[in-house]
Design a protein around this ligand. Structure first.
Ligand SMILES: [Fe+2]
Length: 134
């Protein structure tokens, strides 16, 4: 997979969240590098664990933010987060079972995140902006 570069087209304009999104793509790129450079299963496994930890913390923070502003879309948004974490955990289990992780999996992660940020995350972003105006 080509290295994915975060750019302004997927910025929300909330500095802390944008930084976390950049870091998420950074972890996916690290996973891509570890696989491509044949860094070995321990190194790749560590990157997967770190990615899952980081994703979980980031989602928790978004959910806390949505809760604090009483965003009505929180349950559906949380559901998407939970499904993505479950998918990552399946990928981890597959990897531990000896399956090779390929480009399809990496592209799925990037595509999911880009779509989620542009669509679902924009939902709370617009809600918060609207709230701040009124
Ligand atoms: Fe989100």
């Amino acid at each position: 997979m080509e290295t994915f570069e975060w750019d302004g087209s997927i910025a929300l304009g909330i500095a802390s969240i944008d930084e976390q999104h950049k870091a998420l793509f950074g972890w996916i790129n690290s996973l891509n590098d570890a696989i491509r450079n044949g860094e070995g299963s321990e190194a790749v496994g560590n990157v997967i664990s770190n990615l899952i930890t980081y994703v979980t913390e980031h989602f928790n923070e978004e959910e806390r933010m949505m809760l604090s502003c009483s965003y009505p879309g929180l349950p559906a948004h949380r559901n998407e987060h939970d499904k993505f974490v479950s998918r990552l955990q399946e990928i981890q289990v597959d990897f531990i079972d000896g399956h090779e992780l390929g480009n399809n999996m990496l592209e799925f992660l990037v595509d999911w995140l880009v779509r989620h940020i542009k669509g679902t995350d924009q939902g709370y972003n617009q809600f918060i902006r609207h709230q701040q105006k009124s």
